[in-house]
Every structure is written in structure tokens, then in C-alpha cells.
Design a protein around this ligand. Structure first.
Ligand code: SF4
Ligand code: SF4
Length: 140
């Protein structure tokens, strides 16, 4: 029995592109930065983010993070509106060092109904490669 590719969920499939021929180019609509839920921080992502903000790791953890819902790691804090604490207008304050969870959406993980709100432009994968949007190893 074969299974269709899973079209949602994040941690398990962040290392693969979900579509073989299409790449979604983010248009910075910021919808995904406003969804309630965890913005997962992996341990190795914390020092560069803290440095980018001019904070020590301890200062960053104390002022910008909380436990994930499953209590198995850290998440960025959210504002009362549920948008990410790093969102400033339509600008991500940590864009050059943002977490893999952010970089991976929507090419590596998705949520049900994502296409109704995400304004990313679908381009052929070959075009995305030619535009330099993928790493040399093919990862996004
Ligand atoms: S870290 Fe940046 S890209 Fe990620 S959810 Fe927050 S504002 Fe959006
Ligand atoms: S919802 Fe889609 S287009 Fe909008 S910021 Fe997120 S990935 Fe980019």
C-alpha cells in the first residue's frame, strides 16, 4: 500500500521539498508569521539569533522565548495578537538568521488550508534553481 505525500506537519519533513517540480517563492505577505503556534528554535539557532539582536544568549532566552507547547524545547514568543515577536510591520527582525521552521515554509512543511492564505508564487523548480533560491545541494 502506498501513501500520498503528507501535506502538512513540520518537524519530520523539513529536509525535503514537498513538491518535485514546483518551488514557492515567498512574497512576504507575513500571514505565516501571524498564525498562532510555536516558532521552533533549535539549539544551534539560538546563538546567532541572539548575536543578531545584540543580546547574550541568556538575555535572548529570557526576553524573546518560551517553552514550546510540548515543552521539549524553545519557541519564539508571540505578541497578544498571536503574531511572532520578531515581526515588525512586514519585516522579520531576524531574517538573515531566522529559524529553519520559517525558512522551510511552504516548501518543506505546510498546514491544512495554507494555499488560501499564503501568497507565495509558484515557480518551476528549475527556475528557482536558476534564480539561486536553492542551495547547491538542492535544499531550500
Ligand atoms: S522569526 Fe521572522 S519569519 Fe519566523 S515567524 Fe517570526 S517574523 Fe516570521
Ligand atoms: S504566508 Fe507564504 S508568502 Fe506569506 S510570508 Fe509566509 S511563506 Fe511568505
Amino acid at each position: 500500500m502506498t501513501h500520498a505525500p503528507i501535506d502538512c506537519g513540520s518537524p519530520a519533513n523539513r529536509d525535503v521539498l514537498l513538491d518535485a517540480d514546483v518551488y514557492y517563492v515567498c512574497r512576504r505577505c507575513t500571514a505565516c508569521c501571524k498564525w498562532p503556534g510555536d516558532v521552533r528554535l533549535e539549539d544551534h539557532e539560538i546563538p546567532p539569533i541572539a548575536a543578531h539582536l545584540g543580546l547574550t544568549v541568556d538575555e535572548f532566552i529570557a526576553t524573546h522565548t518560551r517553552l514550546r507547547t510540548n515543552r521539549k524545547g524553545l519557541s519564539l514568543l508571540e505578541k497578544d495578537s498571536h503574531e511572532c515577536i520578531m515581526l515588525d510591520g512586514n519585516h522579520c527582525r531576524i531574517h538573515p538568521v531566522k529559524p529553519a521552521q520559517c525558512r522551510g515554509f511552504p516548501n518543506k512543511w505546510r498546514v491544512p488550508g495554507w494555499r488560501q492564505v499564503c501568497e507565495a508564487e509558484a515557480v518551476p523548480l528549475a527556475t528557482a534553481r536558476a534564480m539561486g533560491l536553492l542551495a547547491p545541494d538542492g535544499s531550500a
